[in-house]
Ligand binder design. Structure first.
Ligand code: PA5
Length: 450
């Protein structure tokens, strides 16, 4: 059995059982496309069977490298962008103490920091300053091996590392995760003899968190990749064998969101009540946004952190344009216990909560918010986890991956390509006068002058 549950009771005014049942034959078809690899983008379906196929030798190698990195580094810089960044960050943040960045003790407990996910000059300069007096290693991740943002960050950090340790020792502190045979990173890794891990050809960036892209950073941050894989594998098996649309959570989620979309609910707001799930929402936004937003179609994925954003975005969700539905990732049990203390003066009037746990207050805020939003015509889907740990996050990741594939097929798009991402790159290269973009440079300069 799986631990994750999907509940659509609070979407009932928009999604009825009869409407779901109308998807029965369609969902069989979409499942077939995924499992028999007959749909659009079928050369990128390597993630479907991945959890059950991860080789023990790969896990052991990652665990060994994680130990090595931990013993010789106070800090580890993970370089990557999009799917080569968000998965690792989502899982590490979800599992970590909220203040772990301030608590790192150096060796055996290195701090994980990220680069190459922006081109901010201050960000990168400040990172280099921070690293100056630290022992550190680099994990550089790029499937194509040619993405501009991580390539720039890697060039700067490699120079910094080589100046610190000398070229040969620096090379032993660099781990490259890239394509098996092509790309600039692969060429460099071979030339400099970096330890290399492969991103399989048939797995796209945003579906890659269960490859070394996610596994190496997660392992070195001190978390069990075996449990993470186990959770994903259990979900894989369950979703494959369960054909009932009401019992298969990925099917139910995919169908419900498509019914809502067809009724004009074109924005899905993911909400959490657990601050360390913020980057999980970012990972989900990329997975669904990049997979579904094409051919002038797709649900816009947005994210909020509650109760924080109830004091900013809450007004819009309750009362703004009624094109929203909300998906709450609910975590039943926090890791810690904290009770509100009594106060003899009770000037803040909170003694009615004395002895109550913060999680109880949070849960009442969650329940009250869901009901208020439902009253405001924002239907609600709940994804429920008993607690946050490596195993449940494995289930959650695979659930969302499969939900995305099925939802994208129901929507009638290819959930595995991202042609729209090229447009900004072409303009940026033209403006930067990259060799090979001469004609585009002429054209874009005319547009800027006009
Ligand atoms: O999901 C995707 O395919 C993208 O987000 C990529 O992961 C991202 O653009 C980074 O690409 P690469 O790993 O080739 O550097």
């Amino acid at each position: 059995m799986i631990q994750l549950k999907v509940k659509i009771d609070n979407a009932r005014s928009f999604v009825t059982d009869n409407e779901i049942k109308l998807f029965e034959s369609e969902s069989d078809l979409q499942r077939q496309k995924v499992y028999e690899k007959t749909g659009a983008g079928n050369d990128f379906l390597g993630w479907v069977d991945l959890p059950g196929q991860i080789d023990d030798s790969l896990i052991k190698s990652i665990e060994k490298d994680a130990v090595r990195i931990k013993t010789d580094s106070q800090v580890v810089v993970v370089i990557g962008i999009g799917g080569s960044y968000l998965g690792a960050r989502a899982i590490i943040d979800a599992l970590s103490n909220n203040f772990y960045q301030m608590q790192f003790t150096g060796k055996n407990n290195p701090l994980v920091v990220y680069a190459g996910q922006n081109i901010g000059e201050d960000y990168t300069a400040e990172l280099l300053d921070f690293l100056s007096d630290k022992d550190y290693s680099i994990i550089v991740i790029s499937k194509s091996g040619t993405t501009t943002e991580p390539a720039i960050a890697f060039r700067l950090l490699r120079k910094h590392l080589e100046e610190k340790y000398g070229e040969e020792k620096a090379s032993r502190r660099i781990y490259a995760i890239t394509d098996a045979s092509k790309g600039a990173l692969k060429t460099l890794a071979e030339k400099k003899s970096y330890k290399t891990y492969v991103i399989p050809d048939d797995i796209g960036g945003r579906y890659s968190v269960l490859t070394p892209v996610g596994l190496l950073p997660i392992a070195l941050a001190g978390y069990s990749i075996r449990e993470f894989i186990k959770g994903a594998h259990n979900m894989q098996e369950f979703l494959k064998s369960e054909k009932d649309i009401f019992k298969n959570p990925a099917l139910l989620y995919a169908i419900a969101r498509n019914i809502l979309y067809r009724k004009g609910k074109t924005t899905e707001v993911m909400a959490n009540y657990t601050p360390n799930m913020m980057y999980f929402t970012e990972w989900w936004k990329q997975l669904y946004g990049e997979s579904e937003g094409k051919d002038q179609k797709g649900i816009f994925p947005a994210g909020v952190n509650f109760t924080t954003d109830l004091h900013s975005m809450g007004q819009y969700i309750q009362d703004g344009l009624r094109n929203l539905f909300e998906t709450v990732v609910r975590v039943e049990k926090p890791k810690r216990t904290l009770e509100i203390p009594p106060d003899k003066d009770n000037l803040d009037g909170l003694n009615f909560l004395a002895g109550k746990r913060l999680s109880y207050v949070n849960k009442m805020a969650e329940t009250g918010t869901i009901l208020a939003h439902v009253d405001g015509e924002v239907p609600n889907i709940e994804i429920i986890l008993p607690e946050i740990n490596e195993y449940t996050l494995g289930e959650l990741v695979y659930f969302f991956e499969m939900g995305c594939a099925l939802s994208g097929y129901i929507l009638g798009i290819n959930p595995f390509d991202q042609p729209g991402v090229e447009a900004y790159k072409k303009n940026m290269f033209a403006l930067l006068e990259k060799p090979g973009f001469e004609q585009e440079t002429i054209e874009i300069k005319k547009r800027i002058k006009e």
